[in-house]
Design a protein around this ligand. Structure first.
Ligand code: DC
Length: 230
């Protein structure tokens, strides 16, 4: 059976990675979190003093980026783990410090070039579900199936709010909506590889869908591609 390249792009806090992971598992494909790669480079910069006062030492980073290794493995429970130079950094790359640094690091053109090369190498043989912002537009413009995920900012904010309440760290709902709207604007207006829907991507507005409905919809799109219905 044909092994597809599946690109899942879209706005932040849309549940892209949960959806991509579940789909990869169901199909027996490899899941690649392209955002984790940008986060790993950002962590490297922070750990090596290459970021100061919101500026990256691009000369040094450019010299070293070719020698960085970013790889993935699966832990005993089946969860993907990110390795930077052979060391598991999965927890560290999710920190607030890295989240704050990643928007400047991921906007550097030579960083994007290096990551796009790596993403293409990882997915070139198919059987891959990759999520990010520019997978269907830049990384795999010929992907077999492209999904662009969106949901109203207020719906995403409500989900995030509920998650934080559940974790015991509630934050004001209004603040969360504003933060999501700001990130949407930054993602869409940055100069290099801004977030935009590929012409041939299928839009999934998951604001009103349950997880089960969403999974069923996704499998229908995959089956259509595998069996040639579209
Ligand atoms: O998906 P995420 O939030 O883990 O992504 C982290 C950051 O990397 C976010 O600022 C967007 C950026 N990113 C990107 O520019 N291109 C991608 N393909 C994936 C993520």
């Amino acid at each position: 059976m044909k092994k597809l390249i599946i690109a899942i792009d879209g706005f932040s806090s849309c549940g892209k990675s949960t959806m991509a992971k579940a789909l990869a598992k169901k199909l027996g494909y490899t899941y690649i979190d392209s955002g984790a790669m940008y986060r790993a480079v950002s962590l490297y910069c922070l750990q090596n003093g290459l970021i100061s006062q919101g500026k990256v030492d691009e000369t040094t980073l450019k010299d070293r980026i070719g020698a960085l290794t970013i790889t993935f493995e699966t832990d005993a429970d089946g969860f993907p783990q990110t390795l930077l130079n052979g060391v598991n950094v999965e927890q560290l790359i999710r920190s607030l410090e890295v989240s704050n640094a990643v928007s400047i690091v991921s906007a550097i053109p030579f960083v994007r070039e290096a990551m796009v090369d790596l993403q293409r190498k990882t997915g070139e043989h198919g059987g891959v579900v990759m999520d990010g912002r520019d997978i269907g537009t830049v990384v795999f413009p010929n992907a077999d199936l492209k999904i662009f995920v969106t949901a109203d900012a207020t719906v995403r904010a409500k989900r995030r709010y509920d998650e934080l309440v559940e974790k015991g760290h509630p934050e004001p709902y209004e603040l969360i909506v504003r933060n999501i709207e700001l990130r949407d604007r930054l993602d869409q207006t940055r100069e290099v590889s801004p977030l935009r829907k590929a012409g041939d991507a299928i839009v999934l507005d998951n604001g009103l869908l349950s997880i089960e409905e969403q999974d069923a919809w996704l499998m229908e799109q995959v089956n259509n591609k595998i069996h040639g219905a579209s």
